[in-house]
Design a binder for this molecule. Sequence first.
Ligand code: 13P
Ligand code: SF4
Length: 304
Amino acid sequence: MRDKVLKLAKEKNAIILAHYYQTPDIQEIADFKGDSLALAQHAAKADADIILFAGVHFMGETAKILNPTRKVLIPDLEAGCSLAESCPGDDFAKFKAKYPDHIVISYINCSAEIKTLSDVICTSGNAVQIVESFPKDQKIIFAPDKNLGRYINEVTGREMILWDGSCEVHDILSAEKIMQMKIENPDATLIAHPECPHPVLILADFVGSTTAMLNYTKNSDSKKFIVATETGILHQMQKDSPEKEFLIVPADESCSCNDCAYMKLNTMEKIYLALKNEKPEINLPDEIMDKAKAPLVRMLELSR
Ligand code: 13P
Ligand code: SF4
């Protein structure tokens, strides 16, 4: 299947982009893998005829908005995102109307509709930089992730108003479980994604985006890490540092993993079928594309 995918991608002049939360087999066939920011940057400049996005729906939408003349395919239309779903457009429009003197900074993990209601987009990799690009007294609504928003408020000393959304993969990680892992592994360094809840973040030795965590583990002297994020990241971490040990904080007692069910809907076979049938394809109304593009382009300009 792997060889068939690679052959077909070449025949169709398709580029395969994969998030680090994809399974290792998918990460290994990707032309480019990255976190949300790197993937958006890469999608914006891709000149292949087809962009096959092995990630979730909002990532495919982002690629289409930033590079509308390419055909954007995703392996499974059901690959949504609990965080994006926690912020419906109608409800958010009403919320926004309550604060007419605020600008809106939205995390990229949201629907295209939310992007049309935003002034600028950010990812976990550039959120602090984007927020700090505005004057200290700028009033800001941050959506949809309350954990990331709270973390940025703490780091920047701002008081952004937060939408009450969260990622089901990170939000369930428990500080109690982490304390237990720390006691059992006193030599381990705890690293956490800022989508984790506050009690987890205050325990962490390092908080950062997917790429920031990868860089941290590569460069750190520590030999053992407790990792509070999605399981898929372990593949690249272990590849970068084969001599180090990585322990994922499990979602619950039933496993030693913490998988995003949406990301893991993608399979090699679905990638093959998507390339063969050239669907599911991401398409959006022109009006949404136009309005959602401005805050995304602003993010790319601010993150150069
Ligand atoms: P980053 O890729 O920005 O670290 O975001 C993690 C995530 O939850 C993607 O869905
Ligand atoms: Fe959405 Fe969380 Fe899955 Fe990322 S890990 S796609 S934020 S549900």
